[in-house]
Ligand binder design. Structure first.
Ligand SMILES: [Fe+2]
Length: 307
């Protein structure tokens, strides 16, 4: 047993009020708690985004979940790899394991189950020879409420994709589900998960590139993006469909030049799936279809000092 789920990520940001506004506008519930901002999706009893005041903006830590047996096994693996276990950061009460990965990035693994997220009725579509939606409109009303269901994955920059990949597979038990040439690796949980709950992209320095939030349909991915545009946020890329993971995507810049993604319909890899990881050409992977990859999509603004 190894990492089973991604639970939350914590960012240090210069202005908590700006951060709270952004995640509320994205469709989460962001509120102050003990001097930090905690954001979660409707009905989910789980911290999904944590904002801590400080500058410049950077990733504070990522938290993963496993069970008791997994935690015990992971503790052995981490210590056998020569990685030192740490005390929790000051004023941080989480139990579990705290350590720094090969990028010196802080990681937490605790005993946690992903909190249930809102289930939707089946998505009814009409395809050649199959009328699953009859007598009702496919286009949802323009004022339909759209709220992300869950925080689902993140992509982090790293200066050493090989070392980081070895650590998260050999020591923490994740699986590479696909790669893009030699500069992006995607990871699923070996116990079964989305195609990726974590990904690493090559850069000159570590950094936070994007976090993905799941929506219910392509219409929601499109309309939620339209609303972020109307609120004045900076469009980054999409809508389109990725090769790795197959998800429909739509990306927007957060206030610190990193990115939030609305997505739906990602591939799922079960523990016993005969999944064959493949290495994609960037020209095929990034936008299987959709707008061309923006030149600054993989720019690490933290490394440039302009986060
Ligand atoms: Fe993503």
């Amino acid at each position: 047993m190894s990492i089973r789920s991604i639970q939350h990520f914590a960012l240090t940001v210069p202005d908590l009020n700006v951060g709270r506004q952004f995640y509320n506008d994205l469709g989460l519930n962001a509120e102050e708690r003990n001097g930090t901002i905690i954001a979660h999706c409707d009905g989910r009893d789980q911290d999904e985004v944590i904002l801590i005041e400080g500058a410049p903006k950077h990733l504070h830590h990522v938290s993963f979940g496993t069970d008791e047996e997994g935690l015990s096994r992971l503790k052995q693996n981490i210590e056998a790899a020569g990685t030192k276990l740490l005390d929790p950061p000051a004023e941080w009460q989480e139990d579990g394991l705290w350590f720094r990965d090969p990028d010196d990035a802080l990681v937490h693994i605790g005993t946690a189950e992903p909190a249930p997220w809102r289930k939707d009725p089946p998505w009814l579509t009409n395809t050649p020879g199959h009328y699953d939606r009859v007598g009702t409109r496919g286009c949802p009303p323009l004022d339909i409420e759209i709220r992300p269901r869950r925080f689902a994955h993140m992509l982090l920059f790293t200066a050493d994709i090989e070392a980081k990949t070895k650590f998260f597979t050999n020591v923490l038990g994740m699986k590479v589900s696909d790669s893009v040439e030699t500069f992006i690796n995607f990871f699923s949980a070996s116990s079964g998960s989305d195609h990726h709950i974590l990904a690493f992209g090559l850069s000159s320095k570590p950094g936070f590139q994007h976090a993905g939030f799941e929506l219910g349909s392509v219409d929601e991915v499109g309309l939620a993006g339209r609303r972020m545009l109307e609120k004045g946020y900076i469009h980054c890329w999409g809508p389109g469909r990725h090769g790795p993971g197959s998800n429909y995507f739509h990306y927007f810049r957060d206030p610190w030049n990193s990115i939030s993604e609305y997505f739906c319909d990602m591939d799922y890899i079960a523990a016993d799936s005969d999944w064959q990881a493949q290495t994609w050409l960037n020209s095929d992977a990034a936008a299987y279809w959709g707008p061309e990859l923006p030149v600054d999509f993989l720019t690490n603004f933290e490394a440039l000092g302009s986060a």
